[in-house]
Design a protein. Structure first.
Length: 176
């Protein structure tokens, strides 16, 4: 006969596993255990579910570090610090540690000097930030966003050509 212990008193227990893939799947795997018990028997059901979760939005300081990593590629704290002239070494180190916890960067600690690389492509992060600004500031109006962006800073001829080509592809029903 099974007498429930204090640890059995929870009917639902959720535990998140480290199977994240921010770049493509943008999901976190979770295991939900459902326990049902009585005085005579304990039944245990385990279900696997996928919880959709957006990657965290980087702060301004984290974005500066990500821009360095996108530009120079995988780097040590010292390499990133060299690129950021107005930030202290320990500040860069602490930010990279926080960014690792937030899964904004990945750390390779096989060597003495840890190597950091961005967890997301630059385009994915830009798309995430623009989507948020589009909704919060422009009420979902892409035309207002583009008009304000073009009026705030003059676009080069090359940028205007790229914009026209993208608009032509969109009108033809192609991808962006």
């Amino acid at each position: 006969m099974h007498i429930p212990s204090s640890s059995d008193n929870l009917l639902y227990r959720q535990r998140f596993l480290g199977c994240h893939e921010w770049g493509d799947a943008k999901s976190v795997c979770a295991t939900v255990e459902v326990r049902k018990f009585s005085l005579t028997a304990t039944k245990r059901f385990v279900y696997s579910v996928v919880v959709k979760k957006k990657p965290p939005k980087p702060t301004a300081s984290e974005l500066e570090i990500l821009e360095v990593l996108w530009r120079i590629g995988p780097a040590t704290v010292r390499d990133v610090h060299k690129e950021l002239t107005d930030v202290g070494y320990t500040t860069v180190l602490k930010l990279l540690q926080i960014m690792t916890e937030k899964r904004l960067v990945e750390r390779d600690d096989r060597e003495r000097a840890h190597i950091y690389r961005p967890a997301l492509k630059q385009e994915d992060t830009q798309r995430q930030i623009v989507s948020e600004v589009l909704e919060k500031v422009f009420g979902g109006s892409a035309s207002q966003l583009v008009l304000r962006a073009l009026s705030a800073k003059k676009a080069s001829k090359q940028e205007l050509t790229e914009i026209r080509e993208m608009l032509d592809r969109m009108e033809q029903g192609g991808d962006q």
